[in-house]
Design a protein around this ligand. Structure first.
Ligand code: FAD
Length: 424
C-alpha cells in the first residue's frame, strides 16, 4: 500500500491497514513533513504556545515500530496502468494499492498582485515558515476572507502586535455558516480585540511596491489600505493537482463512492481531497474538517484491508474558536439564509453578549444545536439529536449536557425559562 499524504486521513488509514494486515508493506509519501502532525495546531506554534514537536500525535520511533515507511517527496504524477508514482528527485515508486489523501489548498481567485512577495495563505508548515519571514518588520496586515482560518491568522498576528485589517465579503462574519446572532457575537468579539473589521468588502487588487512586494491593497469600495502582508484566507479547495493527466476522475475533488473507491481499481481517495458521490446520486459532498478526515481514514483503511464498509458521518458536528469565543455545533443548524420554514429556532443569549445557546426543532423534536461561550457534551447532544428527543425532554435534562457543570449551572435556569416562554 502506498499512501500519498501524511495528514490525518492518510495516517489513520495506514494505521488501520497495519492492524489488519501485519505482512503488508506500507509506505506514506509526503512533501510537507517527515512526520504526521496536527494541522489545527499550526497557529499555536507561531504564537509560541507549542513547539512543532509537541504537535506530533506519535513519538518518532512509533513509525518504525509499526513498520510504516515514510518517504519525503512531492508526487508529480500517477501512472495507473503501470501502477507507479513519479516523485520529484526520487526514483518511481510502484504500488499495488494506492490511497490519495493530499488534503486541500487555499484559494486564489486571480486577484491582481496575488503572487507578489508578502502575499500568502496558511495551510502547512512551509506557509508557517514563510509567515515567520514575512513577520520581520511587519506593522500592518490585511487578511482577505472571513472564515475559520482568517480569524486564526488574525489572532496569530495580534499576538505579535501587528495591526490587522480584516476584509470580509459578507454582511456579517461567516454568515454563510453561522445564524445571525452567533455571527453578530463574533463580529463584536473581533472588534473588541482591536481588529479593523471591514464587512461587505472584497479585495480588488494588491499593489506592488515596485520591487515585487505587496505594499497595499485596494478594496471593492475603492479604499487603499497600506500593509506589508496580505493573508489570503478565502476558503480552501480539494487538492487534486496530483491526479492531473491520469485516468482518475475529478469533479470539485477526486470522485469517490461511499467506500472511498475512485473510478480506477485499487485507487482510493479520502480526506479533504475527496468528493463523495452517493450511490443514489445527487451532488457530491466535500468535507474539509479534521474530524471528517479522520473518519474517512478509518473507513477507507478497513476497505483497503478487504472489509465491506461505507461511510456514514452520523450526526454532524464541528467546533472552533473565534479568538476567545468557543463554538460547538451539532446536527442541522443552517444559517439564516437557508433556514427551512419547518424549523423553529430557540435562542438564548446572556446579557454580556458572550454566551449563547441555540436549539433547532422540527415538529417539536431537536435536530440541531449551537453553543457559543459555553461548553456542552458531544455524546449527550449526539444522542438527543439522533433520537430526535422532544424539546421537553431536552429542557428537563439540560444539566446532563453541561461540560463544566459549575459554570453552566449559572445559565441553565435562565435558558430553560427563556425557551419555555418562547414555546408558549
Ligand atoms: C490552519 C488550519 C487550521 C485548521 N483548524 C481546524 C480545526 O480547528 N478543526 C478542524 O476540524 N479542521 C481544521 N482544519 C482543517 C483540517 O486540518 C483538515 O481538514 C485536515 O487536516 C485534512 O486532512 P487530510 O489528511 O485530508 O489532508 P492534509 O492534512 O492536508 O494532509 C495532506 C498532506 O498531503 C501532502 N501532499 C499534498 N500533495 C502532495 C503531493 N503531490 N505529494 C506528496 N505529498 C502531498 C500535503 O502537503 C499534506 O501534508 C484546519 C486547517 C488549517 C489549514
Amino acid at each position: 500500500l502506498v499512501v500519498i499524504g501524511n495528514g490525518v486521513a492518510g495516517i489513520t488509514a495506514a494505521l488501520r491497514v497495519r492492524k489488519k494486515k501485519r505482512d503488508w508493506r506500507i509506505t506514506v509519501v509526503s512533501g510537507e513533513s517527515d512526520h504526521f502532525y496536527s494541522r489545527p495546531a499550526l497557529m499555536y506554534i507561531y504564537m509560541g504556545h507549542l513547539r512543532y514537536q509537541d504537535t506530533k500525535p506519535y513519538e518518532d520511533p512509533f513509525w518504525e515500530a509499526n513498520r510504516i515507511e515514510r518517504l519525503r517527496g512531492w508526487v508529480t504524477s500517477i501512472d495507473t496502468r503501470a501502477k507507479r508514482l513519479e516523485i520529484a528527485d526520487r526514483p518511481p515508486l510502484p504500488y499495488d494499492k494506492l490511497l490519495i489523501a493530499v488534503g486541500s489548498r487555499y484559494n486564489k481567485f486571480g486577484w491582481p498582485g496575488q503572487d507578489l512577495e508578502g502575499v500568502q495563505g496558511l495551510y502547512g508548515l512551509q506557509d508557517l515558515e514563510l509567515l515567520e519571514r514575512n513577520s520581520v518588520g511587519l506593522r500592518q496586515a490585511v487578511i482577505v476572507g472571513g472564515g475559520l482560518i482568517g480569524i486564526e491568522l488574525a489572532e496569530m498576528l495580534l499576538s505579535r502586535n501587528v495591526a490587522v485589517v480584516f476584509l470580509v465579503r459578507e454582511a456579517s462574519f461567516w454568515d454563510i455558516a453561522l445564524p445571525g446572532e452567533e455571527s453578530a457575537m463574533v463580529n463584536r468579539t473581533i472588534v473588541a480585540h482591536g481588529i479593523d473589521l471591514r464587512l461587505n468588502t472584497e479585495l480588488r487588487e494588491i499593489v506592488d511596491d515596485g520591487r515585487g512586494r505587496a505594499c497595499a491593497v485596494v478594496t471593492s469600495k475603492g479604499e487603499r489600505i497600506e500593509c506589508q502582508l496580505v493573508g489570503l484566507t478565502a476558503g480552501v479547495s480539494p487538492n487534486h493537482a496530483v491526479v492531473k493527466g491520469s485516468e482518475i476522475a475529478t469533479g470539485r475533488g477526486i470522485l469517490v463512492d461511499e467506500s472511498f473507491r475512485t473510478n480506477v481499481p485499487d485507487v482510493f481517495a479520502a480526506g479533504d481531497c475527496a468528493e463523495i458521490v452517493r450511490s443514489e446520486g445527487g451532488p457530491g459532498r466535500v468535507e474539509q474538517l479534521w474530524y471528517t478526515a479522520k473518519m474517512h481514514g478509518e473507513v477507507v483503511g478497513d476497505v483497503i484491508a478487504g472489509d465491506e464498509r461505507s461511510y456514514d458521518r452520523g450526526v454532524w458536528f464541528n467546533s472552533a474558536k473565534f479568538l476567545d469565543l468557543e463554538w460547538q455545533t451539532y446536527g442541522q443548524v443552517p444559517p439564516d439564509a437557508r433556514r427551512p420554514p419547518e424549523q423553529k429556532h430557540l435562542w438564548w443569549e446572556h446579557p454580556s453578549g458572550r454566551q449563547g445557546l441555540r436549539v433547532v426543532l422540527e415538529n417539536g423534536a431537536v435536530v440541531g444545536m449551537n453553543t457559543i461561550g459555553i461548553r456542552q457534551r458531544h455524546r449527550v447532544w449526539e444522542e438527543w439529536i439522533s433520537k430526535r428527543r422532544p424539546i421537553d425532554y431536552v429542557l428537563a435534562h439540560l444539566r446532563t449536557a453541561g461540560f463544566d457543570p459549575e459554570f453552566s449551572r449559572r445559565y441553565e435556569r435562565d435558558i430553560v425559562a427563556r425557551f419555555e416562554e418562547a414555546l408558549r
